[in-house]
Design a protein around this ligand. Sequence first.
Ligand code: IVH
Length: 676
Amino acid sequence: MVYDQTKKKYLKKIKLLEKYNKFYFESSHPLVSDKEYDQLKLDILKIEKKFPYLKDKNSPSLKVGFKPSKNFVKAKHRVPMLSLSNAFSEEDLNNFEKKIINFLSLKQSSELEFSAEPKIDGISASLNYKNGIFVKGLSRGDGIEGEDITDNLKTINDIPKKILSKNFPSEIDIRGEVFITNNDFKSISEKFANPRNAASGSLRQKNSKETQKIPLKFIAYTFGYASNLSIENQSDFLSNLKGWGFKISKFNKTIKGIKNLVLYHDQFEKKRYNIDYDVDGIVYKINNFDLQKRLGFVANAPRWAIAHKFSADSSISKIINIDIQVGRTGALTPVAKIKPVNIGGVVVSNATLHNEDEIIRKDIRIGDVVKVERAGDVIPHVISVDKSKRDEKSKKYIFPNKCPSCGSKTVKDFNEQTKKHDAVRRCINDGFNCEKIAMENIKHFVSKDALNIDGLGKKVVEKFWELKIIKYPQDIFKLDYHKIEKLDGWGELSVSNLKYAIEKSKNIKLSKFIYSIGIRHIGQENAKLISKHLKRPENFFKLPIKSGIESLLNIDGIGETQIKSIKKFFSNKSNLNVLMELKKFMKIIEDVDLKKEGLLSNKTFMFTGKLKEMSRAEAKSLVEKNAGKIISNVNKKLNYLVIGEKPTNKKVIKAKDLNINVITQDDLIRMLNKTS
Ligand code: IVH
């Protein structure tokens, strides 16, 4: 009873604080005095200290990021602001290097040169300069479209407002990080959970006078659009930035070879706490701009850069039990239920043990004293076991070999690339035959990035599942709303909202649809690539016919792993049935493709034989960059067959028969150099 009352009181205070925040950040009129605001926050923190289990996801101690205010005008980035892939180990870096070497078809022993730059944990911004004048500043937003926060950015002293240097491009977007030093943060720490939030919150003030009060800093590191920039590499670009009047990091360094990157990373990691702002890793970028251009991007991250992250906060706790969770892809994930422990300000009571191999390798047992690590919003995980504290009677943990949900056999897939078995054990009963997998599939289907049905969160899906209201994704469209209205916690209004959200979700773009149905290895980016390639929604449903699935291999970014997974998906009867049912209820529409103009637009290409100084992947990406399309069969739709060394004769003969242009790699390059 006392618990319930405290919880009520606590949640009420959180709600009130949220209301104050909204006014504070989105309008220039705070609802209460700073003192009153601070007192409310202190009250909340006090309750949390006494009852850590009450901690709500909206607690000020956990808050990261603010919803972008609706007050700012949105604007498109001329060149998208991309994100970076992460590396956590030397092995990750070696793989990163190998991919680059293969893509560029370089000698395996090549030593690449990188620009190594601290990754400041702030908020990125893009500053547009025209004829030396800072005219417009955008936040990153979703990378494609940002918010116009020019006035707020103008309050930052580190941002030059006028640049007179002769060699400054007539138009350029300078990009970098807005942040606040830890020292400056101290004076406003009552209002924000951490320095990153402080920077983000201040940048989103409606009134730039409020932003001005906060000592924000700016460090520049890259550019988006640039007119006639004649610089050859990143390190020279950084020196130029300095010459133009921007602040750059004094820790930037040009480094050759992975071993030396690791040395630099480890040295920096040791001194990171002596620096007065948060750095969460080192970014490595291929130094040479020509190579960067050749390497290009996969999905929304460049092939030529990676962020090597630092290790995270950790604490010691004890494993009370091990739960096996069955995920959407059938993966059996062992999760340690641990004695609740505070790690870097967050109470953690679950920590992933990743997979069976990891348990065996570390010999993790129930009752063990373990070190648990947590980094940002990544799920906490068990790092190591303190075997000296182990109970003599403890027994080795035996991983179940049957699916805990449906009792089916579980297997570890053989990976053709690594020639090893996967570390992850999976339930073989995929599709919708295993209850847990089916339920996870439905949760995914309605989730924010998929159908985005408001009012159908994970808990509601679980409840509806339990009550046998839903079993398959299509059941969402057959709900008995009268029945739902009578359920605990539901009413006329919430049911009508749900109905509205479901109706709205029926119209869906093909890329979203592909992502929503939850094919393993097909995330949002891959779904977009596939949708762009297939164009018409019917083509997706026709994929299993002839060699439709194989043809997806032509897409830059789609490989054998994805193809195998798509095949498996379509070979499962329950999946096919779900697809057919969904088709009845949903209106799937073609993604609007901003017609890409390029030297090769409307032309199709196919390659045969070994190419010179270029991998097949690079050749494909080159064709696509210029708006051409790759196809995998010699047929009437093919315009050019590009032949390298030792081509397949059959293909050449067939192409000649069909009057298709048979050209060499040099011919292709000449086509591309024509007007550019
Ligand atoms: S380069 C394609 N350089 O990291 C290149 N980013 O995950 C992407 N960041 O949004 C940006 N320091 O906020 C780059 N020296 C640096 C960086 C850096 C921090 C942040 C930036 C970006 C995120 C990418």
